[in-house]
Write a protein that binds this ligand. Structure first.
Ligand code: HEC
Ligand code: HEC
Length: 145
């Protein structure tokens, strides 16, 4: 290839890129949320909290949480559940106190503060919702419950 042709080819490259860009821009923009930006999409109603108390399914079940937990932060620095449920606060906040099992470390020693194994409350306690099972199961409580 001689020099002028080569220069011509090199000069064409940005033109090709630009036309590709213009083509991409002219394609219609697809919505990811399936609705107009100003159209509210309501949450799935099945996950609404159930009022009152739901019955435990078996005796040892961690009780379901009968109130919303949306606002309660749990992280390495703070656990807002404890601001009502810890034994030091439950009286004044009128909330059920954590049972003794929450103050036993894994060696069975009694502690004054929540055990590390019970720190992340919603590992075991979930808000009550009448939601379909994620995985089908045939669980039944033992007759001795
Ligand atoms: C503002 C105070 C407050 C905070 C914060 C709070 N709770 Fe409660 N909680 C209550 C009260 C009051 C009740 C009792 C409600 C009732 O009897 O209907 C309760 C009930 C419960 C119960 C049911 C206990 C039982 O014996 O059935 C569980 C479980 C529970 N809360 C877990 C949590 C978890 C987990 C968090 C944090 C994500 C939390 N709570 C944060 C006040 C609080
Ligand atoms: C490893 C699972 C687990 C974790 C984590 C856990 N709990 Fe529990 N919780 C249970 C079980 C099981 C019960 C019922 C049996 C019992 O009292 O030990 C219970 C009972 C309770 C009760 C009712 C106590 C009573 O005497 O009626 C409350 C309130 C409660 N938990 C709140 C909490 C809060 C708040 C946290 C976080 C600080 C938490 N739990 C962390 C398993 C757990």
């Amino acid at each position: 290839m001689n020099k002028p042709i080569l220069t011509g080819v090199v000069a064409l490259i940005p033109v090709i890129f630009l036309s590709g860009f213009v083509l991409a821009q002219s394609a219609p923009v697809q919505t990811l949320r399936g609705a107009e930006v100003d159209e509210p999409i309501p949450l799935d109603q099945i996950h609404k909290n159930v009022e009152g108390r739901m019955q435990r399914n078996y005796r040892q079940q961690p009780p379901l949480v009968p109130h919303s937990i949306e606002q309660y932060q749990i992280d390495v620095r703070t656990n807002q559940c404890l601001s009502c449920h810890d034994w030091t606060k439950a009286g004044e906040r009128n909330a059920p106190t954590l049972s003794m099992t929450h103050y036993l470390d894994r060696d069975g020693n009694e502690l004054d503060h929540i055990a590390g194994t019970r720190y992340f409350c919603n590992q075991c306690h979930v808000p009550q919702a009448d939601a379909p099972a994620l995985v089908d199961n045939v669980f039944e409580p033992s007759s001795g419950n």
